[in-house]
Design a protein around this ligand. Structure first.
Ligand SMILES: [Ca+2]
Length: 219
């Protein structure tokens, strides 16, 4: 038997090579990137990244908007030496604290508490009153008179004009806000500036947005 060794290896002509397997990339395809299968994962990875960033961003936005307790009822302005800053027909010139609903929803304040004693969260309980988003509520530090005892927005305890702490808690013992009120001159309030820091207001604004002329507390 003769064996033709030249037939063992056969070279294909260009026409014959057109039938080559389709999954073998050509030189041009390999370097043009058109056939890179893993590219499909890139948009998916980006999508997941964007979703994660968006989720974290949304959480931070809600946290900053509403605070850790889910609502930003805050102590906004306090006057412990009221002579003329606020005059009431029934309560005369009571000291006062202004609460502000900084959240984006109405808050029912039933059984929220104000106190000057951390060991007694509910020295005063707020009545069943709803404070709309962005609105202010005045509570009066007075008691003992017939009018004050009949007014559900009177605390029945007072704050010293020489300085004292004040704490605000929700109905579930969560501390919402607190402040160390310094000694105050008559008709000067301790108020939050637009950035949330505390300072002295020469022109108190009971029941209204605080002014822009608040003197920082560290001066
Ligand atoms: Ca105010």
């Amino acid at each position: 038997m003769e064996r033709n060794e030249t037939n063992d290896i056969q070279l294909l002509s260009p026409e014959e090579s057109e039938g080559a397997p389709a999954d073998v990339p050509s030189f041009e395809e390999e370097f043009s990137g058109r056939r890179r299968g893993p590219d499909l994962k890139l948009p998916l990875g980006l999508l997941i990244t964007f979703l994660l960033i968006g989720g974290v961003g949304f959480f931070l936005w809600r946290y900053l908007a509403e605070g850790p307790s889910g609502g930003t009822l805050i102590l906004n302005e306090i006057c412990t030496a009221n002579h003329e800053s606020l005059v009431s027909e029934t309560l005369d010139t009571p000291d006062w604290v202004e609460l502000y609903n900084g959240s984006n929803r109405d808050l029912n304040l039933k059984d929220y508490g104000l106190t000057d004693n951390p060991k007694q969260s509910y020295k005063y309980r707020l009545p069943d009153v709803t404070l709309e988003a962005g609105e202010y509520l005045l509570v009066y530090f007075t008691g003992g008179s017939e009018a004050a005892d009949a007014d559900p927005l009177c605390t029945g305890f007072g704050l010293s004009r020489y300085g004292e702490s004040l704490l605000l808690v929700d109905a579930n013992y969560n501390l919402l806000d607190s402040v160390e009120v310094p000694a105050l001159e008559p008709d000067v309030s301790y108020a939050r500036a637009a950035d949330g820091s505390w300072g002295y207001a020469i022109r108190p604004t009971p029941g209204e947005a605080n002014g822009e002329d608040i003197i920082p507390a560290w001066n």
